[in-house]
Design a protein. Sequence first.
Length: 247
Amino acid sequence: MKRLLALVLALGLAIPAQAARLRDGSHEYLAANLLAIFYHEFGHALIDILKLPIFGQEEDAADVLSVFMIDALFDGETAVDMAYHTAYGFLGEAKNSSGDEPAYWDVHGPDLQRYYTFVCLFYGADPDNRRRVAEDLELPDARRMTCVDEYEKAAESWGPVVTSLYDNGPGRSIRFLTDHHVDEYGRFTAKVLQEEVDAMNTKLSLPKRMLVRVEECGTANAFYDAKTREIIICAEFARYLADLEPR
């Protein structure tokens, strides 16, 4: 699919002149990272709604789904572009916290580890055509040796889950809401996610309804709330991601 490129072209000047400090291409970088984050939270939602067994950290499983969705939903060059942008997002977070000791107690793995795992899985999905990606993103040869097997295991676990949603057919099981008082970055986030939710509803259905919401949170964050079956993407997140973008 060419949804990312079409979305970026359609939004065009969605972020106004006051955000002109973002370099050319930032719209695509932000859209890719917002979608990758959404797919991660969608993984948490599926684990909850479908009562999926998880052997290991749930955050790791959600990261794996994000890579799987990027590879499955987008055509070759678009998927590669998304992978670069998403990897740079992980790398930006790692550099942003480079002076801090990794929070080994946290449910998320260290940022650099998540970065290399993302690159490895994406490369492993199509190693013949993604060697350049692995080289550009400096994936060590020792890790490349395991990437095909790692991706195959990811596809064996998440593939049937996603296929079952498509087998359910289209529906309106995913709803979208946004706080219209959010800033320009929040509005950009809302447009990206509204587009994705609409696309999903034309192809698949969940057994229970789920809400995707963009709102002001007072912090740059994204999370799934199992009590309300909501994915919350904070309006502040896009501005945070923009600050991490490599210049």
